[in-house]
Design a protein around this ligand. Structure first.
Ligand code: TXE
Length: 499
């Protein structure tokens, strides 16, 4: 086992109005290390009063210095923040791995990459332009401004804590909004360290506030708070629906990113040396705990036996172990309830008659017995009617589904309520161009899988979500357009007549 560094501070603090604070109740809750199964940090347990204080601070900051600061100055603060995150990337990555059990290699990659979002959107801050409209009324000058919305509530899950928050915070801040961020109760530690960097970078107090606590205790009061203008949410679809309904009461703007059941399609003409690791990395690299997991492998029937055999052989070699060890390839599941859910789905798949080709159990290895592991699991000959083909498991469970031809591959790929992502493996250029258009998914990868960037839009078709994150257009999710009319002709208005 690698050394597990102790946490520097015994009890962590939230960030409200530029101050490091405990919950007003003084309550804390334990955060667990999924590899040791033991509590390793104490996180403030915010209540409604803390949410109220955070929203109040954000609303006040929105009307203060942040509002009058030039967009270039705003962008420069974001650039400074990016530099500070880059300096702390290694520390943040270790905190994330301890808190959510995902591989250190993956969290390192994410924490080193996060500064690019703040640089990119910081650079966009002073490129938010309005328009001059050649209006159809003589003597009238009409132009538009794009203005921020106000207080944005960012609600994030446990699987990629800082990265998924960054996808919301960077465009929202660049657009001039202020933030109340509630990270997942299962992975709040890195957020609280991230929070220490905002003031250092020069953000005015109250521009970014972080409250930690349980979704079922404070989520609803944050979403429905009258001073919150927009909710940006990533999480499960059941919670997403609830957030959407609560936000509707106040007609708030929302973006939702709600996971998927993504198809990773292998055609007989694929380069198999690439396709097989592509299937494996699509599902097992993050122990299946990623919204874009390629949890359905669609394999052309003529190569079905060959692919499943190679897939099982390859997945069998995956090293299960301590996520802090860079050699580990499959880490634990982040939470105990999530492991129970994954094991339950494995039971359902067996009961429905899917052929279990690999895994399916808690690993039988005493050296990792304290961790919340599930073996990489592969089911063959899965049918569309099975729950394992339709529902998001969010664990290391792959369903392999055979198909005959292109049309059937598209039909199966599109036959779920979700539409977040899809992958395809082929050497046929025509097919590589033809098929992405037919796939109902917000991201399609050809001969690659699981790539995202600050430069390219990301989001869901169908019930995988609403709105887009990343890429230039994401900033418009945090802006509203105002139309300004000026009579430049000095005319005297005719009363009772619309102009
Ligand atoms: O997520 P939740 P959970 C899926 C995955 C998983 C399932 C449940 O299938 O098994 O969701 O995971 C906050 N109002 N994904 O329960 O509940 C909560 O505190 C406002 C997919 O951990 O969606 C956390 O901060 N907020 C996903 C955030 O919502 C509420 C990533 C997400 O938690 C709330 C994670 C409420 N009423 C899980 N209740 C993806 N898209 O990548 C909870 N929250």
């Amino acid at each position: 086992m690698t050394t597990r560094p102790p946490l520097a501070t015994e009890k962590l603090s939230m960030l409200i109005d530029g101050r490091s604070v405990a919950a007003q109740s003084g309550d804390f809750f334990e955060s667990f290390d999924p590899f040791t199964g033991k509590a390793w940090a104490l996180v403030p347990r915010a209540g409604v009063a803390d949410v109220d204080a955070a929203v109040h601070a954000a609303a006040t900051a929105f009307r203060g210095e942040w509002r009058t600061m030039t967009a270039s100055a705003r962008g420069q603060i974001m650039m400074r923040f990016a530099d500070l995150v880059a300096e702390e990337a290694e520390k943040l990555a270790v905190l994330e791995t301890r808190d959510n059990g995902k591989l250190i290699n993956e969290m390192r990659m994410q924490c080193k990459y996060i500064p690019q979002w703040f640089r990119f959107f910081g650079g966009l801050a002073d490129k938010i332009e309005g328009r001059v409209i050649p209006i159809d009324k003589p003597g009238v000058f009409n132009y538009t401004r794009r203005e921020p919305l106000g207080v944005v509530a960012a609600i994030t899950p446990w699987n990629s804590p800082l990265m998924l928050a960054t996808w919301k915070l960077a465009p929202a801040l660049a657009a001039g909004n202020t933030i109340v961020w509630k990270p997942s109760e299962f992975s709040s530690v890195s957020a609280l360290f991230f929070g220490l960097l905002f003031e250092k970078a020069g953000f005015p107090k109250g521009v970014v506030n972080i409250v930690t606590g349980f979704g079922n205790e404070i989520g609803d009061c944050l979403v429905t708070h009258p001073d919150v203008a927009k909710v940006a949410f990533t999480g499960g679809d059941a919670t997403g629906r609830r957030v959407y309904q609560s936000a509707a009461g106040g007609l708030k703007k929302v973006t939702l990113e709600l996971g998927g059941k993504s198809a990773n399609i292998v055609f007989a003409d694929a380069k198999m040396e690439a396709a097989i690791p592509g299937l494996v990395s699509g599902i097992f690299a993050a122990t299946g705990q990623t919204c874009i997991a390629g949890s359905r492998a669609l394999v052309q029937r003529s190569v079905y036996d060959e692919v499943t055999e190679k897939l099982v052989a390859f997945a069998k070699t995956a090293r299960i172990g301590d996520p802090l060890d860079p050699e580990t390839q499959v880490g634990p599941i982040t939470t105990l309830p999530q492991r129970a859910k994954v094991l339950d789905y494995i039971g359902v798949a067996n009961a429905e008659g899917a052929a279990q080709l690999l895994g399916g159990r808690i690993p039988d290895d005493a050296s990792i017995a304290d961790g919340w592991f599930v073996e990489p699991t592969i089911f063959g000959n899965v049918k569309q009617s099975m729950r394992i083909a339709q529902e998001e498991v969010f664990g290391p469970v792959l369903s392999v589904i055979p198909f005959e031809d292109e049309d059937e591959a598209v039909a199966i790929a599109n036959d779920t309520i979700y539409g977040l992502a899809a992958g395809m493996w082929t050497q046929d250029l025509g097919r590589a161009i033809r098929l992405p258009e037919r796939l109902e998914a917000g991201s399609v990868w050809v001969n690659m899988y699981r790539a995202t960037s600050y430069l390219s839009p990301f989001g869901g078709y169908k019930q995988s979500g609403i709105g887009r994150e990343n890429g230039q257009t994401a900033i418009y999710e945090y802006l509203q357009e105002k139309s300004i009319w000026i009579d430049a002709g000095n005319s005297i208005p005719a009363p009772f007549v619309q102009r």
